[in-house]
Design a binder for this molecule. Structure first.
Ligand SMILES: C[S@@+](CC[C@H](N)C(=O)[O-])C[C@H]1O[C@@H](n2cnc3c(N)ncnc32)[C@H](O)[C@@H]1O
Length: 289
């Protein structure tokens, strides 16, 4: 996308806490626009990197950004829930470090794919355009109680009942055809206004449902821990409390990794000023025993 750039969040913190000069293979499980990958490859000239992303557009951007690194980089389209299978298929059975940078890239958010409240297009929200389920299906076909549960659980939205009711009422007249329309319905249903846009939590919930994010995260992170070499490190950058709690719990209950970051690493004030979308980022790191 011309004119759009995704700034990698907590980039220096990732390099300091997750990468070492002794590493030979690093996996970027969410390579996105190649931001973190570029900095890692630039800093450590002997590291090879495998970059994974489920989004075809993201991969073509990463391809451009990482072109100069030649054979040191391999990019693969795939879901990190299939990490083991994908890497095994490439003859890779272990690696030294891995990063999961969750959430959306600017290319996705600004790409007219229904992720944004202002998008006057079909509410799609798929990261993988080969998947069947879209946000349009969720909001126009899911039963009230299912919608309410999703909005409440995945969005941690207190007014899930009101929002689910408003969606179901609105679609009785005609299907909800755009993300902007959906944001308007939520805006009107949710009378209380806070610091964030009233539709933020509901959009997050629908996106999690569409992309089956909860299940993918658990599987991907657990398999990554299995495949890590001894003393290798795994880092996860999350953007909402549901994800962060999941990671904290996986690290804590694992018998093969030690949590390195007792408290998550947050962006400094400077970073938030330069890149406001980094404000909710939290990086947790664990090391294989
Ligand atoms: C925040 S962006 C990553 C940005 C990247 N670190 C950079 O610096 O350019 C998150 C990326 O993760 C990808 N993604 C999300 N869920 C995924 C999954 N289950 N498997 C693979 N990629 C996924 C998205 O498509 C998106 O490109």
């Amino acid at each position: 996308m011309i004119g759009v750039t995704h700034i990698p969040v907590l980039c220096e913190e990732v390099i300091q806490n997750l990468v070492s000069a002794e590493y030979s293979l690093f996996v970027d499980a969410t390579v996105g626009g190649g931001g973190h990958a570029h900095h890692i490859l630039e800093r450590y000239k002997d590291i090879r990197l495998i970059g994974l992303d489920v989004d075809e557009e993201a991969l073509s951007i990463a391809q451009e950004v990482l072109r100069g690194y030649g054979e040191r980089v391999k990019l693969v389209r795939g879901n990190f829930k299939d990490l083991k299978e994908i890497l095994n298929g490439m003859g890779v059975f272990s690696f030294d470090g891995i990063l999961f940078d969750l959430g959306l890239s600017m290319y996705q958010l600004m790409g007219g794919r229904g992720f944004s409240f202002n998008d006057d297009c079909l509410p799609d929200m798929r990261m993988d355009d080969r998947a069947d389920l879209t946000a349009y299906d969720v909001i126009n076909t899911y039963r009230y109680d299912v919608l309410r549960k999703i909005i409440s659980e995945y969005g941690e939205e207190e007014r899930a009942h009101k929002i689910a009711r408003a969606i179901v009422e609105a679609r009785k007249k005609r299907p909800i055809a755009t993300s902007r329309e959906l944001a308007g319905i939520i805006f009107r249903a949710k009378k209380k206004r806070g610091k964030i846009h009233p539709a933020t939590k509901t959009f997050q919930a629908i996106r999690i449902e569409v992309n089956r994010e909860t299940k993918s995260l658990r599987t991907g992170v657990s398999d990554a821990i299995d495949m890590l070499q001894g003393r290798g490190r795994i880092g996860v950058i999350s953007f909402h409390s549901l994800e962060d709690r999941t990671i904290k719990e996986i690290f804590k209950t694992s018998t093969v990794v030690n949590t390195v970051t007792k408290k998550p690493i947050r962006p400094q004030r400077n970073e938030i000023r330069n890149n406001p979308s980094s404000r909710s980022a939290k990086l947790r790191v664990a090391e294989k025993r």
